[in-house]
Design a protein around this ligand. Structure first.
Ligand code: G1P
Length: 291
């Protein structure tokens, strides 16, 4: 039987240079989509999948992430005094349980593989989720919940993948698959950022995965790959054939919040989709487009 997935690693050390000057003094993961920071979507996605322990791999200037998931005593006492129950709940809902969040620093920008390796002592020898919070996923069940379910069936590594235009393969880890059934396929390879003409397919890993702890044995060799960095996908590639490895086609909504347009799209689409802001946002957009 597959071991339960209890922990998630959230690599959040990136500089967010595409969002300067917004990210000069503020982590990009704190950029707001409608009314909550990007990082909170990833955390809520995990909680909905039964994952309650978080390892945030941070860097310098990321301290506010830790504050965000702490309880905010002064704020909450004031809200209570003023009988602002819904606002109080918003603040409390963004608090992680005591002892359930670890913040460790990636001291040098040596790549995603290195960032995940920094979490090794806190993971130990159990399967874990890796989520790249730049990618915002909206679906029910959540993308991570779908991966956890697939892991429970296969007992192995599972990556969420989606078709991308072939000219974009150089931005992603691209997978090779066989024997696809109901959206789940055996993975036969993964290549980091291949040129379109060299890509084994146009199926991209979209930054959601369940990984077995054996990945640390490979990451610990600190081999460099694309861009001179230690790539997580290179270590994954070495595990294929040694432990079960599957790709799951994700069919929900995905917003690439690492790009300005994707971030804007997420804001508009999520505001449109929410019962508390959908109608107003639609009216606003109609007004702006007519003007
Ligand atoms: C990273 C991974 C890549 C993955 C992508 C998803 O790339 O290295 O394999 O497909 O995230 O967003 P990055 O976007 O950090 O360059």
């Amino acid at each position: 039987m597959a071991q339960r997935v209890r922990k998630a690693v959230l690599p959040v050390a990136g500089l967010g240079t595409r969002f300067l000057p917004a990210t000069k003094a503020m982590p990009k993961e704190m950029l707001t989509v409608v009314d909550r920071p990007l990082i909170q979507y990833a955390v809520e996605e995990c909680l909905a999948a039964g994952i309650e322990e978080f390892i945030f791999v941070t860097g310098r200037n990321k301290g506010v992430l830790e504050d965000h998931f702490d309880s905010a005593y002064e704020l909450e006492a004031t809200l209570e005094q003023r009988r602002k129950a819904p606002e109080l709940k918003q603040s409390q809902d963004a608090t992680l349980k005591a002892g359930n969040a670890i913040f460790t620093r990636q001291q040098k920008p040596l790549g995603l593989g290195h960032a995940v390796w920094c979490a090794r002592h806190w993971i130990g020898r159990e399967p874990f989720a890796v989520l790249l919070p730049d990618e915002l996923m909206i679906s029910s069940p959540t993308c991570t919940a779908q991966l956890v379910a697939a892991h429970e069936r296969t007992g192995g590594n599972v990556l969420a993948v989606m078709d991308v235009p072939r000219e974009q393969t150089k931005s992603y880890g691209i997978v090779a698959i066989k024997n696809e059934k109901d959206g789940l396929a055996e993975m036969t390879g993964i290549v980091e950022k291949p040129k379109p003409e060299e890509a084994p397919s146009s199926l991209a890993w979209i930054g959601r995965s369940i990984v077995l702890p054996e990945v640390f044995d490979h990451l610990g060799k600190h081999e460099t790959g694309a861009g001179g960095e230690t790539q997580l996908t290179d270590s994954m590639a070495k595990m294929i054939g040694h432990s079960p490895f599957h790709a799951l086609r994700y069919t929900g909504q995905r917003y690439d919040c690492g790009s300005r347009l994707g971030f804007l799209e997420a804001n508009v689409a999520i505001a449109l989709g929410r019962p508390d802001s959908g109608a107003e946002t639609r009216a606003l957009l109609n007004r702006l487009l007519k003007g």
